[in-house]
Design a protein around this ligand. Structure first.
Ligand code: GLC
Length: 749
């Protein structure tokens, strides 16, 4: 079925609920094909050579953590490195690989890892933005392009997907994830793994994925990065673990430990997490790498007295490779001699790593990713730029559009572009921008300049203020410019480093004096749209109250300006929907759509009744809910149809609704289905996303969207922690977001 060509779409939206279900273990991998080779190699390796394979060192080309070592080339020559990260280009990778192949006794090839999180040279929208497209094909395709570009520059291992569920926008790394919903994140994680690894890891344009950060890194107390995570096993399994499992089921070959502890046990020394859950229960058969120096960090965590003990704890927990702490390299030999770790554990770790190198074909050709011709022809292609531009448009979320402020009238004569994000190439990259270069990015100013060639308007730009500084000295110039124009675009938000790693914020409002600038500009009464650039949900209540229109553009990467301009002029129609709740204020956090009802829910008939679960100084409702996003057209939902109202455990139920495009533009709607399990052996969320379909509907047309549910979609961890469904009545909601639409119910007998 081609996207957008079928007016009448009967969709069997089988929502395979990935979260935690007892899926078959990974089929016997191709590992068996190479095991005998690995075993033969292990037999001739010295202990030092074995330990060398467990060492992952950063090159000096990029800095992504707290330590650097300058002597990584010497360590490669001494056989003390199994992999290098933060190095790319055919020339550089060739030079480093040669050191391993030609200067060490056994010539074992190196892996080359890099944080290819949302593109390599062609940078796509940040992952949180991408998730707002709800489009698995686009997401997979973007990581396919990323893999092609990264492998063309020598990289064969991506430290992605980052698939940490998070409900706390104070945490800066929400920008790298897939939002707050477990099932959506599971689908996105699997799509990313498929994009990176594709069908054959021996191809020279595929690379190994790395599922991170295992586990539950997205739930730090107070939204403070690296902070303590403490939750029940029920919450862990129900809401945080399924996306990692979905990536393993999709074939991800590596997993990265998370910095945090879970309930007192740091992940990097957590035997239950890595041996019992990841390998025994889920059947993972790749290798585990730590995050940056996280073996060393077992000491400040307070579970290791010194580096040697930290290394012993990690190896015994099933951690195969040590990123950048050099602890395995320095201490494992002595720990082995003292019997504190076993040769069996060491051999298993080395075997896990060597198997992946064989699977990639590196022993057959260590330079297979060093192809200058590919480097010259497969990066920043016209095709990838066009795809990136479309992806920007599909990742934008239209939050407000009063009086049809958008799209901008094509008769507009002069546009004033005002704000600190108007023309910032660097910020368009977002965080974790790998080999992305600011000079390759199209800013909003440049995109609008290009668009003016089509629609013949004059464009002028004034910065108005900086992102963070308190100075208002540029206000007047901006105000004068706005007065002279017949349309105003305000480019406001965060700069790229206000989100990402080590970038938690206690105040997630518009930084600096941007709100003041906006108030003065909006007060002029011109048609005005705010284009928001952000790496997280922001508390923008005042902006929402005053701005006639708000488009959330996140950080769109290389083609930001062009994609946003397409939306502003309706050359592309907004269809994005939020995958993270926007709180009204920080006090509401954590706030997410799938909360529990509590014993004292707010009473619809008397919302201010005192003794209910609410605030006395704010509402419970967020500013914008999960699943929310507007279009330029209007979609009406009617004619709900169920093929039955009672089902048994062997049945399925089909729920259909008719969605009509009653507006003036063709458009794409993301139709969402939520269920509420009213009574369970444990409390259940007030609603859970169980299906969605992204459907193109020409203006004046209608489609019937159908969802088919089975008992697999009704499972949860019951009172005995068994993953099961239970009989009872289920409410459902089908609509454009998590709070509005058509309601109904069915019963599982
Ligand atoms: C960083 C990040 C991790 C990244 C790694 C290598 O600290 O936590 O996501 O992959 O180091 O750059």
């Amino acid at each position: 079925m081609k996207r957008g060509e079928n007016l009448y779409i009967l969709i069997i939206g089988l929502s395979v609920f990935i979260a935690g279900c007892s899926l078959d273990k990974i089929p016997p991998s191709t590992n068996n094909k190479y095991q005998s080779k690995v075993d033969s190699l292990l037999k001739i390796m010295t202990v030092e050579e074995k330990i060398g394979q467990l060492n992952l060192l950063s090159s000096s080309w990029d800095v992504t953590g707290p330590t650097m070592n300058k002597n990584y080339k010497q360590l490669i020559k001494e056989g003390k490195a199994g992999a290098i990260f933060n190095a790319f280009s055919v020339d550089y990778v060739t030079r480093l690989q040669k050191l391993a192949i030609e200067e060490t006794r056994l010539g074992i090839p190196l892996l080359f890892g890099y944080d290819v999180v949302h593109g390599h040279r062609t940078i796509f929208p940040i992952p949180l933005a991408q998730s707002c497209s709800w489009d698995m094909e686009l997401i997979e395709q973007s990581d396919r392009i990323a893999a092609i570009e990264a492998t063309a520059e020598g990289v064969n291992w991506s430290f992605a997907p980052m698939i940490d569920v998070s409900r706390d926008p104070r945490w800066g790394r929400v920008s790298e994830g897939a939002g707050e919903d477990t099932w959506l994140a599971s689908l996105i994680g699997a799509a990313r793994v498929k994009g990176f690894q594709d069908k054959d890891l021996t191809d020279n344009n595929t690379l190994i994925a790395c599922v991170k950060h295992f586990a539950a890194y997205g739930a730090p107390q107070a939204g403070r990065d690296y902070h303590t995570v403490d939750m029940s096993e029920r919450s862990l399994r129900e809401y945080y673990l399924p996306p990692y499992q979905a990536c393993i089921e999709a074939g991800a070959r590596t997993v990265m430990t998370s910095f945090n502890e879970i309930a007192g046990v740091p992940s990097t020394s957590n035997r239950w997490l890595f041996r019992e859950l990841l390998r025994d229960e889920w059947g993972f058969n790749g290798f585990v790498v730590t995050d940056y120096t996280s073996i060393y960090e077992l000491i400040p965590h307070g579970v290791a007295t010194d580096s040697a003990m930290a290394g012993e704890l990690a190896l015994r927990a099933g951690i195969d490779m040590d990123m950048q702490s050099n602890i395995y390299s320095k201490h494992l030999k002595k720990s082995l001699d003292m019997g504190k770790v076993s040769m069996k554990d060491l051999d298993q770790a080395v075997s896990n790593i060597l198997l992946i190198k064989y699977q990639l074909g590196l022993f057959d050709d260590p330079y297979k990713y060093c192809n200058v011709q590919r480097e010259d022809t497969e990066i920043l292609t016209q095709k990838s730029q066009q795809f990136a531009r479309e992806f920007v448009a599909q990742s934008c979320v239209l939050l407000k559009n009063e009086n049809n402020t958008l799209p901008i009238s094509r008769s507009v004569k002069k546009i004033a572009l005002i704000g600190p994000l108007s023309n910032s190439k660097d910020d368009m990259l977002g965080n974790w921008s790998a080999a992305g270069r600011a000079e390759d990015c199209v800013t909003l100013y440049e995109g609008l300049k290009e668009k003016s060639k089509t629609y013949n308007y004059k464009l002028e730009y004034a910065i108005g203020c900086n992102v963070l500084e308190e100075s208002t000295s540029n206000f007047n110039k901006a105000i004068e410019l706005a007065k002279s124009a017949d349309y105003v675009i305000l480019a406001l938000g965060e700069h790229r480093h206000l989100s990402g790693e080590a970038a938690s914020r206690t105040d997630i409002g518009l930084p600096g004096v941007q709100q003041q600038l906006a108030n003065k500009i909006i007060a002029l009464g011109k048609p005005t749209v705010v284009v928001l650039f952000n790496g997280r949900p922001l508390t923008i209540q005042e902006l929402n109250d005053k701005a006639p229109a708000i488009l959330d553009a996140w950080f769109g990467g290389t083609q930001s300006g062009n994609g946003i301009a397409d939306i502003l002029f309706a050359d592309a129609i907004p269809s994005g929907k939020l995958t993270m709740t926007f709180p009204k204020n920080v006090g509401q956090i954590p706030i997410h759509y799938n909360m529990k009802n509590t014993g004292r829910p707010v009473r619809d008939e008397n919302p201010l009744y005192k003794f209910t679960s609410r605030y006395i100084d704010a509402e419970n409702e967020p500013l914008y809910p999960f699943g929310y996003g507007l279009s330029y057209t209007k979609f009406d939902y009617k004619n709900l149809l169920l093929n039955k109202e009672e089902i048994t455990s062997t049945d399925s139920i089909q729920i259909s609704v008719e969605v009509s495009n009653t507006g003036n533009y063709d458009g794409t709607e993301i139709v969402q289905l939520y269920l509420q399990d009213i009574v369970g052996s444990v409390t259940r969320p007030v609603k859970e996303l169980k299906g969605f379909k992204k459907v193109f509907i020409p203006k004046g047309e209608k489609v019937t969207v159908s969802f088919t549910l089975t008992v697999n979609d009704l499972k949860f961890y019951d009172i005995n922690m068994n993953y099961k469904f239970e009989p009872g009545t289920f409410n459902f909601l089908i609509g454009p977001n998590s709070v509005s639409g058509i309601k109904g119910a069915f019963t599982l007998l």
